[in-house]
Design a protein around this ligand. Structure first.
Ligand SMILES: [Zn+2]
Length: 288
């Protein structure tokens, strides 16, 4: 049987898709038009909440969040850059604005937004782990998947989703909801996987972020742009610099290769800039 005929139509643009490979008990398909990658079968809400609450997600090695707290400094620097970038490219001024962080983890984005003048800070996460910490910082917190949460409409000026979009089991409803909860002129900043990256094509099923069912949709600038435009947004995606703690990078290196290279001892700064090569940063602004 022709592999292309086995694959489902693209859920974003309706075009034909091709079967790429099997990963675990999932099939991975890619749209021939917009490049979106998606898995079959698509897991449901209950399956995913069970998955995230089954252990300590943020400390689990295979989920990629080991030693998360040591990343604080690097994360805050990246996030401040994102917010300044939204200012430059979309004319967004964060002072006095309300911010929602979807998948807020330890709340580093909210901390950064607050330091830059935001007022009215709200975080959500699929695990209860981060809830206690977020509330202790004086922010509002809601626990659950973004698709199922009860959030006020027209209430936010900025919504941030850091590495969340690839996890959503219903990104279509999630984007419609983003449009509803934002004020006119409100801004979405998000980071997600870049399935159009040449590196990703080369890595195939061994790509570090090819992890169904944790990651369900594998985005490209084209597929994400089409989805957001449909819901009244305009915007763009690009690469970005990540600033990673040297100690974290050395630790990751040790885990992967069994040693920490001499380079890390010679490098004089505590944070190391790393260019995103398989992820992207996107800005979308809701029309007035
Ligand atoms: Zn498509």
């Amino acid at each position: 049987m022709n592999e292309a005929l086995r694959a489902a139509a693209c859920p974003i643009c309706g075009s034909e898709s091709v079967f790429l490979f099997d990963k675990g008990r999932y099939k991975v398909d890619r749209c021939v038009n917009c490049g979106l990658g998606f898995i079959d079968p698509v897991p449901g809400a209950r399956e995913m909440e069970k998955f995230y609450n089954s252990g300590n997600y943020y400390k689990r090695e295979d989920a990629g969040y080991s030693d998360y707290v040591s990343l604080e400094k690097g994360h805050k620097r990246i996030y401040a850059g994102f917010i300044r970038s939204a200012g430059k490219s979309l004319g967004f001024d964060i002072r006095g604005k309300s911010v929602l962080d979807v998948g807020c983890a330890h709340g580093f984005f909210l901390d950064t937004a607050k330091e830059m003048g935001a007022e009215g800070l709200w975080g959500t996460d699929i695990t209860m782990e981060s809830g206690r910490l977020i509330e202790s910082k004086g922010y509002r917190f809601s626990c659950g998947s973004f698709e199922s949460l009860d959030l006020p409409e027209g209430a936010f000026d900025l919504v941030f989703l850091g590495d969340v979009f690839e996890h959503l089991f219903d990104p279509f409803e999630a984007t419609a909801r983003l449009s509803r909860i934002l004020r006119p002129g409100g801004v979405v900043i998000l980071t997600t996987v870049n399935f159009a990256s040449p590196f990703v094509r080369l890595a195939g099923r061994k790509w570090r972020l090819m992890v169904p069912p944790e990651h369900i949709y594998y985005w490209t600038a084209k597929s994400l742009g089409m989805l957001f435009e449909r819901h009244g947004f305009k915007g763009f995606c690009k690469g970005y610099w990540m600033y990673v703690e040297k100690s974290y990078l050395a630790g990751r290196f040790r885990v992967q290769f069994g040693f920490s290279p001499f380079f890390f001892k010679l490098y004089p700064f505590s944070v190391v800039p790393v260019r995103s090569f398989d992820t992207m940063l996107c800005f979308f602004r809701k029309k007035d």
